[in-house]
Design a protein. Structure first.
Length: 376
């Protein structure tokens, strides 16, 4: 997520357009199954509010990308693999999630594209913009970590298929080239995508009649992103800054932005505000692994170890080899009065990180006095 800069966006667009010239030779060789490589023909590099992102051609003249990639912009530049570009109009939408449609009548779709909701135990491939290579790229495969949480309309699919900046709005496909989801966000090898089934909902809630709602959501997205970008260089946030960030980020209804706001508050030891944002994030998507980890770290720093245990009990099952999660499990289990969590985390550490285990055992046996709760 980047703050909008018209000059930067134009400069990036010029550089990207130049790099796209002659991509028939520059295109990295696709090592995925043929159906996956063929699906890459439907993914395009775009520039709008985010100066680099991706979009997926779902039918002739109609693409889908992330709402955060366009914010309240009315147009997006689409870069063609053979060179050149076309302008696409953003289709107004009242859809509450992080998806938006782009209309570019000149783009032709190569036949119908099948979708699937089945992602259990199969290889998943991210297809998106590789900025460094100036090409659409199929990345090495991964697997689903957690499915979308049931009963939560905006819950995402969580996976470990390789992804990097520029892939937002790209495609997550299976080995048969079927569209599973639209890439949204992620980090530390834990990535997220919006199930392909949501595209039908998006289309049903898009059109000129949704212009006012679309403008309000897009504006909130832009203001939230810009405020968070500005906050990176600030040593402290005033109450006015905090109120502005929370107001616009909440109205944007984007869990990724809520996570970023929670991190911004947590870094400044504003733990109550941080917990509030992560609570919203996990209510929208209870399976959001990165939100769970960020919440656990915030509660740990705040000295709220018993509250932290609730999240770590899930995390040690989801990420049993993650050293940070296991370290937190040992400490929070000991300090939060949950010996079972501490011992389980220790056993997993002995299996996956044996060099760290002796220190963890010594910690549990001696159970040092926990630091006092840190007030906001």
């Amino acid at each position: 997520m980047r703050a909008f800069s018209p000059v930067r966006t134009l400069l990036f667009a010029a550089l990207l357009l130049a790099s796209w010239a002659g991509t028939a030779e520059a295109q990295p060789r696709c090592k995925a199954p043929d159906a996956v490589c063929a699906a890459a023909e439907r993914v395009f590099a775009i520039a709008s509010f985010d100066p680099t992102a991706s979009a997926v051609l779902i039918e002739p003249g109609l693409l889908v990308t992330n709402r955060h990639a366009v914010a309240d912009n009315q147009r997006a530049q689409i870069f063609l693999p053979a060179g050149g570009q076309v302008l696409a109009d953003v289709v107004p939408s009242g859809y509450a999630g992080d998806l938006i449609l782009l209309r570019a009548p000149d783009l032709k779709a190569p036949g119908n594209w099948a979708t699937t909701e089945n992602a259990t135990g199969i290889n998943l491939y991210t297809i998106g913009t590789d900025v460094g290579r100036g090409a659409i790229r199929v990345y090495p495969p991964g697997r689903m970590l957690l499915p979308p949480a049931p009963g939560k309309p905006l819950a995402r699919l969580h996976h470990d298929a390789f992804s990097q900046p520029g892939n937002s709005g790209g495609a997550l496909v299976d080995a048969e080239g079927r569209l599973v989801a639209i890439v949204a966000s992620g980090g530390e090898g834990r990535n997220e995508a919006i199930p392909a089934a949501e595209i039908e909902k998006l289309q049903s809630q898009s059109g000129p009649e949704h212009r006012a709602a679309s403008r309000a959501t897009g504006e909130a997205t832009r203001k939230c992103a810009e405020a968070l970008d500005a906050a990176r260089g600030a040593q402290r946030l005033t109450p006015k800054n905090v109120s502005f960030i929370k107001d616009h980020c909440i109205r944007a209804n984007n869990r990724q932005l809520w996570d970023l706001a929670g991190q911004a508050f947590g870094r400044r030891r504003m733990f109550d505000d941080s917990v509030d944002m992560f609570t919203r994030a996990l209510d929208q998507d209870p399976n959001a692994i990165n939100s769970m980890i960020a919440m656990a770290i915030t509660l740990h720093l705040a000295g709220r170890y018993a509250d932290e245990v609730v999240h770590l009990k899930r995390l040690v099952d989801i990420l049993p080899a993650d050293a940070e999660v296991l370290r937190l499990g040992v400490q929070a289990g000991a300090w939060g009065g949950n010996k079972a969590l501490a011992e389980k985390s220790l056993k997993l550490m002995e299996r996956h990180h044996p060099r760290l285990a002796p220190l963890a055992r010594d910690f549990i046996d001696n159970n040092p006095t926990p630091p006092g709760r840190r007030n906001q």
